[in-house]
Design a protein around this ligand. Structure first.
Ligand SMILES: Cc1cc2nc3c(=O)[nH]c(=O)nc-3n(C[C@H](O)[C@H](O)[C@H](O)COP(=O)(O)OP(=O)(O)OC[C@H]3O[C@@H](n4cnc5c(N)ncnc54)[C@H](O)[C@@H]3O)c2cc1C
Length: 518
């Protein structure tokens, strides 16, 4: 079974569209077909390569509309896709000929319960909507680091943000969700109501229904120290940077880090705009505290002598606009995991690979590799939901960005090849390896999952990659495209039971699909 289900669902027909129009008539729905002016915006995705031509779009304004449409599509075996913010690069919020529920078009309201510090967020919001609404009351929650990303997909798959060092994952702050199930029934899920569904939603959520409202806990939040230090990619600088970053983010023998949950950032390989001609090392320096505390915390980085320094105090919503890649290029996100302390030679090797790739491929000069660093202590301390990839490891993001369709396969392959380098390094650093499902090999965490963040998804439009052969110290054949059981680990069997209860006919089947089993 692959991570992206081979859908057995069917396309929508003109008869279905007429039937849906009459079923929905009392709700004055926005239904869009390819002839409508607003249709292109609904099927557009953050990565142009993830766009597919839906047969019909419903841009709902109410739970009732979604309920009627989902109930009909379920009964008729019509392929359904749900769009939150449209940022998945795996094509999983798109459908080729089926019914698209575009939450992002009309469900973008955020209500703030100031006393309780709760944010009531409609299912189509972006994190920018949330950041701006919260900031009016001096509040923020653990949200995405790029404001245009959707709340829906990010939350349902776990959710890392700059506030993770203080408050864990987004799902650790999820209080309640309102869900339209495959049956069309609208239910609430929380720790006290439909607790089993709430557990499933918190990590494997895209498999269980359409979430029309998320309630998230918020916290007092003022200005944040944020920006980037830019360095040349020389071996001496790499060595000094790795030493300084190891010192900042490695958990010590007392279970603490120097940043104490307040520092975040990492290391980015990029060719900075506007010229994109030279590779640079960018070090995001985010600090939840004063300028003086930030400068003290990042002193070792400043001592290396950055070529440029953009850091300054900014309002929280601005923080999440500082590192936004362009929207609408062709893009692939390939996740990888790494542990601290980083080994200098490994970073040098991956940097050399990046320099060669971006020098040889003009169309890929906007690509990045990002070692995302934060304090992982809260991630491992909390344990909400079905998310199975908690651990002391951090996420890396290998993100080719390009424009020409003819480069799709080559650049996606590059991302997978770099992912192999990260996996080899994990194995080399002595992390226990386990047998992946269907013969693959993966590094296993405490819940039997492969430590890869499912939201840093594999790419669409590819036949499943069955074997990428690499030579490693311990293994000859390694497979690097993840499957649902690799991502959900030991939680997979419990998720199968939940799936049988809440979505037995697999209406929600696109990302890390779960085979229902009662
Ligand atoms: C520029 C960029 C920055 C990112 N930054 C971060 C980050 O800081 N932290 C992090 O953890 N991840 C980050 N990600 C990864 C992100 O979590 C995933 O791309 C995620 O899928 C985005 O959610 P979305 O709603 O925008 O995506 P979509 O493509 O709309 O949806 C992704 C999946 O979630 C489902 N879904 C979405 N909304 C709902 C809903 N309301 N109800 C039911 N199902 C829904 C969709 O059906 C689909 O299966 C980033 C991605 C990008 C492209």
């Amino acid at each position: 079974m692959g991570s992206i289900a081979q859908s057995t669902k069917r396309s929508i027909t003109s008869e279905d569209i007429s039937t849906l129009q009459s079923l929905l008539a009392k709700t004055s729905p926005t239904l869009l077909t390819p002839e409508d002016d607003k249709y292109p915006a609904s099927i557009a995705r953050w990565s142009a390569a993830a766009q597919k031509p839906a047969g019909l779009v419903l841009a709902p304004k109410s739970n009732e509309e979604i309920s009627i449409a989902i109930k009909y599509a379920s009964a008729q075996n019509i392929d359904v896709a749900v769009k939150g913010g449209g940022h998945s690069t795996a094509g999983v919020s798109s459908t080729d000929g089926g019914l698209l529920i575009d939450l992002n078009a009309n469900l973008r309201n955020v209500e703030v319960e100031v006393e309780k510090k709760l944010l009531r967020i409609q299912g189509g919001c972006t994190w920018g909507d949330v950041d701006n609404a919260g900031a009016k009351h001096g509040l923020a929650t653990v949200g995405g680091t790029v404001a245009d990303t959707g709340v829906g997909g990010l939350t349902l798959g776990g959710g890392y943000g700059f506030l993770t060092g203080q408050h864990g994952l987004t799902i650790d702050n999820l209080v309640e969700a309102t869900v339209v199930l495959a049956s069309g029934e609208v239910v609430k899920a929380s720790k006290s109501e439909n607790a089993d569904l709430f557990w499933g939603l918190s990590g494997a959520g895209q498999n269980f229904g359409v979430v029309t409202e998320f309630v998230l806990q918020a916290y007092d939040q003022g200005e944040v120290w944020a920006g980037m230090l830019i360095f040349p990619p020389t071996p001496e600088v790499v060595e000094k940077l790795v030493t300084a970053l190891n010192d900042l983010y490695t958990v010590d023998s007392n279970g603490k880090t120097k940043g104490a949950g307040r520092a975040a950032g990492g290391l980015v390989f990029m060719k900075p705009p506007p010229t994109f001609d030279q590779v640079a090392l960018a070090v995001p320096t985010i600090y939840f505290g004063t300028e003086a505390e930030a400068k003290e915390t990042f002193k070792a980085l400043y001592d290396i002598g950055p070529l440029a320094d953009t850091a300054t105090l900014v309002p929280y919503p601005v923080l999440n606009t500082l590192m936004a890649p362009p929207i609408g290029l062709r893009a692939s996100m390939k996740g990888a995991a790494f542990t601290m302390p980083l080994r200098v030679q490994s970073v040098q090797d991956i940097l050399a690979n990046f320099i060669q790739f971006t020098n040889d491929n003009e169309d890929a000069k906007g690509s990045i590799i990002f070692y995302e660093m934060l304090d992982t202590i809260k991630v491992t301390e909390f344990d909400a939901g079905s998310f199975a990839n908690r651990g002391p490891h951090m996420n890396a993001l290998i993100m080719p960005l390009w424009t020409k369709t003819e480069n799709d396969q080559t650049y996606r392959k590059w991302a997978r090849d770099v992912n192999v380098l990260f996996k080899e390094e994990l194995q080399r650093s002595g992390h226990e390896t386990g047998k992946g499902v269907d013969g693959g090999v993966g590094i296993r965490g405490s819940k039997g999952a492969v430590l890869l963040y499912g939201n840093y998804d594999r790419e669409s439009n590819l036949p499943p990659i069955r074997s990428i052969v690499v030579l490693t110290t311990d293994y000859f054949v390694t497979e690097y495209d993840e499957k649902s059981r690799d991502i959900f680990g030991d939680n997979y069997a419990r998720l199968q039971k939940l799936k049988a209860k809440y979505d037995a006919t697999n209406v929600f089947n696109k990302l890390f699909a779960i085979t229902p089993q009662a």
